[in-house]
Structure formats: structure tokens, C-alpha cells
Design a protein around this ligand. Structure first.
Ligand code: HEM
Length: 308
């Protein structure tokens, strides 16, 4: 058989690749003889993916609720994938930084507009029934959502405003963790006792969160921005992308979420309480919550009217 120069070049490259990792090229080439041609369903794992939807009730709209949350978690994973690349890049270029921030924002924009599916896509009567079967689980327990926050900004911006003066960069992570803004939603307002919702969440994820807080302390998105040369920090496209990201995550998504939540919990068809048991309307509104990733990129007026 005649071997074309094209094939020869490819074999040469493979040989170099395998030599580098002390592997025999002939063994790998023989392995190719038995490898199965790939199909769409094997590659995308459609069967596995489409078998992950298990209802806990007989109400059909619960299926929408499960799938919609799963779609959200997949998008959170895509967002973390992009953030990870920006934060672990050693020689960050402004253009790459800007493009990746815009990708992340687009995913969040998608999540925000798709909240219409949650708002209009389920019958209120069905939701009010199946939510009781799901109590006390809550989207509050989405770990990826918290990982996105830790990777986006300095820890101080995630600390409950009431405790910010007592916390700085030298504060142990464990102590800072107890004063994160979202701790407020997991405590009984009167006794200060932690709810089952948050105790279980911490039992599963606290160790991972503490590791993540430490890892991103010096490489979160805000830190990466501050580590750029001064000239890049005034790049208008980059600043616009940073502001868009902040607004999209901390106002637009939050309002989409709040409006969807209101439609059900405030429908007058239940007791008006959240499954997670928080003072939810206050806790979830951006103008009270005031979670802002990059406060230095907003004017005094913009900060004063945040989320209004
Ligand atoms: C009908 C749909 C939804 C309702 C009624 C709803 C309701 C709520 C409520 C009341 C809270 C406050 C905590 C609590 O007491 O439970 C909350 C928190 C949260 N939910 Fe949802 N939610 C809905 C859909 C979603 C979806 C699709 C996601 C995406 C994964 C999600 C993610 C979150 C997150 C991340 C929090 C914590 C927010 C924070 O700490 O600022 N929710 N939700």
C-alpha cells in the first residue's frame, strides 16, 4: 500500500507525541483498529442525561421545575468553566478578559430571560402542591451559585453589611464564612439558630467552600482586573463588560428570580412563606441585599440607587 506524505506527516506527529510520554506508537495505532466509531448519543450521553429527571409527586408540572433547575445548573457549570479560565490565566490580555466576561454575562442573560418559563410555565395550583413535598429544599442550596460568587469578587463584598467593619483580609476564612450575606437567610431572625436548610447545606459543602474562598482570594475576577496594567484598567470595553457582568448577576438575574418567586409564593394560594423559610421578599431584593461585585466601578449615585 502506498502511504501518502500527508499520512506520513500525521504518523510522525503521533510518534513525537507518544515518545514524549514514553508510550509505544504502534500499540496506540493498533488500539485504533478496535475503537468504536463515535455517535451523537454516546458522545453527548443523552441517555444518561435524560434519565436524571425523577419526580417526587404525581403533578406533571413538577417535571418542568426539575428540568428547569437542571438547565440552570448546567449553565452555572458553563459560567464556572469560563471564570476558571480567566482566573487561572497567568498572562491575561484585555481582549480575552473582555470576551470571556461577555460570554459569562450572556449565560446569565439567558438565565434571566428564561425565568419567564418559571413564571408562566407552571400552574400555580400545581406548584403550591408539589412545593410542600419538596420542603425544605431550596435553590438557596445551589453550591455552584455560591462558587460563582466566591470566584467573582473579594470576600468582603459578600459579607453581610452589618459585619463588614469587623472583617478584613486577615480574618480567618471560617469566621468570614459565618458572616456571609446569605447566612441571614438561613437563621431564625429571633433566636439566631441555624435552619435545617443551611445546616445540611454546610454539612455537604462547607469544606469545599472554604477551599474555594482561599483559592480565589487572590485570583477572583476583581483581583485579576486590579492586577492588570493601569492602562488596561481604564479600557472602556473591559469596564463595560465588568459592569455588565455585575449588573446582570446582581440586579437583572435577581429581579427575574424574585418576580418568578412572587408569582407563586405571593399568589394568595398558600401561606406566603418560602420553602427555605427566609424573610424572602426582603432577602431577595437587590436594593436590600446590595450584593455588588465591583463597587469601585460604579458612581456614588449608581451605588445609592442599586436595584431600584
Ligand atoms: C418557582 C421558582 C422559584 C421560586 C418560587 C424560588 C424561590 C426562592 C426563595 C423564596 C428563595 C429564598 C431562600 C428560601 O427561603 O428558600 C430562593 C433562593 C434562591 N433560589 Fe430560588 N426560586 C425559584 C427558582 C429558582 C431557580 C430556577 C434557581 C436556579 C438554580 C434558583 C436559585 C436560587 C438561589 C441561588 C437562591 C439563593 C439566592 C441568594 O442567596 O441570594 N431559584 N428562591
Amino acid at each position: 500500500m502506498q502511504i501518502s506524505s500527508e499520512i506520513e506527516i500525521q504518523i510522525q506527529k503521533l510518534d513525537e507525541k507518544f515518545k514524549e510520554i514514553d508510550q509505544k506508537t504502534t500499540t496506540h495505532l493498533e488500539g485504533l483498529l478496535w475503537s468504536k466509531p463515535i455517535t451523537y448519543w454516546d458522545y453527548i450521553q443523552t441517555d444518561a442525561l435524560l434519565n436524571l429527571q425523577t419526580q417526587r409527586t404525581t403533578l406533571p408540572d413538577e417535571m418542568i421545575f426539575i428540568m428547569y433547575h437542571q438547565v440552570n445548573e448546567l449553565l452555572f457549570k458553563m459560567i464556572l468553566w469560563e471564570i476558571n479560565q480567566v482566573c487561572h490565566c497567568e498572562k491575561l490580555e484585555t481582549q480575552f478578559f473582555t470576551e470571556r466576561l461577555m460570554r459569562i454575562s450572556r449565560y446569565f442573560d439567558m438565565l434571566t430571560t428564561s425565568f419567564d418559563i418559571m413564571g408562566d410555565g407552571m400552574e400555580v395550583e400545581q406548584y403550591m402542591k408539589f412545593r410542600n413535598t419538596l420542603t425544605p429544599a431550596s435553590g438557596f442550596q445551589s453550591a455552584q451559585y455560591r462558587l460563582i460568587e466566591f470566584a467573582s469578587t473579594d470576600l468582603i463584598n459578600l459579607i453581610d453589611h452589618r459585619f463588614r467593619v469587623t472583617i478584613d483580609r486577615k480574618t480567618p476564612y471560617d469566621h468570614a464564612f459565618e458572616h456571609l450575606y446569605w447566612q441571614a437567610a438561613g437563621k431564625d431572625h429571633k433566636t439566631g439558630k441555624k435552619s435545617y436548610l443551611i445546616l445540611e447545606f454546610e454539612r455537604k459543602y462547607k469544606a469545599e467552600f472554604l477551599r474555594h474562598m482561599e483559592e480565589y482570594n487572590t485570583i477572583n475576577i476583581w483581583q485579576k482586573f486590579k492586577q492588570l496594567p493601569k492602562a488596561d484598567q481604564v479600557n472602556p470595553d473591559l469596564i463595560a463588560a465588568m459592569r455588565h457582568f455585575d449588573k446582570t448577576v446582581n440586579i437583572t438575574w435577581v429581579m427575574g428570580h424574585l418576580n418568578a418567586a412572587k408569582k407563586y409564593i405571593d399568589s394568595g394560594k398558600g401561606n406566603g412563606e418560602a420553602t427555605g423559610g427566609s424573610d424572602w421578599k426582603k432577602y431577595m431584593h437587590p436594593k436590600y441585599q446590595r450584593r455588588i461585585f465591583f463597587p469601585e466601578l460604579w458612581t456614588k449615585d449608581e451605588l445609592a440607587t442599586w436595584g431600584e
